[in-house]
Design a protein around this ligand. Structure first.
Ligand SMILES: NC(=O)c1ccc[n+]([C@@H]2O[C@H](COP(=O)([O-])OP(=O)(O)OC[C@H]3O[C@@H](n4cnc5c(N)ncnc54)[C@H](OP(=O)(O)O)[C@@H]3O)[C@@H](O)[C@H]2O)c1
Length: 362
């Protein structure tokens, strides 16, 4: 055991003896609205297993996807409670397991956990975490993990957007939407974005033409903004009906990237209806890809993509940290809250209208 590892283990076991509250986590004991959220007080610091690192979290997102988990509608998370919420974190390693090599106490790391990140401490397998440059603002850095990696992989790896192409971003004021617009601006593409009017000045700042989805016929307005030529790529997370409308806006060679079922995620319809919509969407995608229209449609999921291409996740997140460090990205963190105010964050997300990210700081 090296000196650093021993010190970490010692300070860890000393604090384990404490009886006062040492840290908190955001948990649910049943599925439902924001009121099911409880803040659990913990009195012992967890011990990392041999292949794990113990991380003190510096920043963790509170994002729309957490609200889906909270409702029990997130298919990738088993419908089991109690569960600690939290999709991602950035933190500092406080102790390392006996078999871990290549990481040290004091290193800054990040991971996408799906659940468990809304906590002061997390233990993670060492081979999953990605190093973070320590000079970064933790709240901006954590925006890179779920939100920007989703945007980045859809933009570069799935749609393979080319300079000079025209893209349509639905929900351009939200977390993933603002990230897509920032990447589009950096990459030099023409952009149109749907959003309610309160987000329009932000959307203009990010170089896109805004369209108020509450006030106009979206299809007509996009065609008008696109000089009746259509668009090359659409990013859509709304519903199968909406995907069909988006596909009708694509010109030859166009790509539709789907990444959510927002109505279902917000609690609309039964689980059975959600599953049926999911199956119909897969059939429709297959059919769209078979038709000789030159258009394609595919569903992106960050967790499934990471499972299939773990190295891409690592490379893409590292590239994003690099861009952030270089000052080329300015993620919009609209609210920074103490971890213990997670319920408030969920209430704001339910109300809608949040621009960019909400970040919890333990
Ligand atoms: N597949 C994946 O791997 C993946 C990864 C991350 C997120 N997601 C999903 O992506 C979606 C967006 O996530 P997020 O974190 O960006 O959420 P968010 O920050 O809450 O943003 C959602 C945005 O949707 C807008 N919106 C709602 N209805 C709309 C409509 N009919 N037309 C256009 N915009 C509409 C809202 O705009 P207003 O404020 O103007 O109403 C809001 O800005 C969620 O469903 C999430 O679960 C999927």
């Amino acid at each position: 055991m090296n000196q650093q590892r021993m010190q970490a283990t010692l300070s860890h076991s000393e604090s384990s003896k404490a009886t006062e509250v040492l840290w908190h986590r955001v948990a649910i004991e049943s599925f439902g609205g924001p009121d099911v959220i409880t803040i659990v007080e913990e009195k012992t610091i967890p011990t990392p297993r041999a292949h794990e690192v113990l991380v003190r979290v510096l920043a963790t997102s509170s994002c729309f996807t957490d609200t889906i988990v909270r409702r029990g509608r997130y298919v990738d998370v088993p419908r089991k409670v109690p569960v600690t919420l939290g999709y991602d974190f950035v933190g500092v390693i406080e102790a390392i397991g006996a078999d871990v090599t290549g990481l040290n106490v004091g290193d800054w790391v990040a991971d996408l956990t799906m659940i468990g990140s809304n906590a002061t401490y997390v233990c993670r397998p060492a081979n999953r975490v990605v190093l973070v440059p320590p000079q970064l603002d933790p709240a901006e850095a954590v925006s890179m993990v779920l939100t920007y990696t989703t945007a980045y992989q859809m933009f570069y790896r799935v749609a393979n957007v080319q300079k000079g192409e025209r893209i349509l971003v639905h929900g351009g004021g939200g977390a993933v939407g603002t990230a897509l617009l920032e990447l589009g601006q950096l990459h030099g593409v023409e952009m149109i974005a749907t959003a309610s009017s309160k987000h329009h000045s932000l959307i203009r700042q990010r170089g896109a033409i805004p369209i108020d989805y509450n006030a106009v016929d979206v299809r007509d307005a996009v065609m008008e903004a696109a000089n009746d030529e259509g668009v090359d790529v659409v990013f859509d997370f709304l519903s199968l009906e909406h995907f069909k409308m988006s596909a009708s806006l694509l010109r030859k060679g166009g790509r539709l990237v789907e990444y959510g079922m927002h109505g279902f995620a917000k609690g609309e319809g039964t689980m059975g209806q959600g599953i049926s919509a999911w199956l119909r969407m897969n059939l429709w995608n297959t059919w769209t890809n078979l038709l000789p229209t030159g258009k394609s449609a595919s569903f992106y999921s960050i967790t499934k993509y990471r499972k299939k291409h773990p190295q891409h996740f690592r490379e893409d997140l590292s590239s994003l940290f690099h861009l952030l460090h270089e000052g080329q990205l300015q993620p919009l963190v609209s609210r920074r809250l103490p971890l213990t105010e997670a319920r408030q964050a969920h209430e704001w997300m339910e109300e809608g209208g949040v621009e960019g990210k909400i970040v919890l700081l333990p």
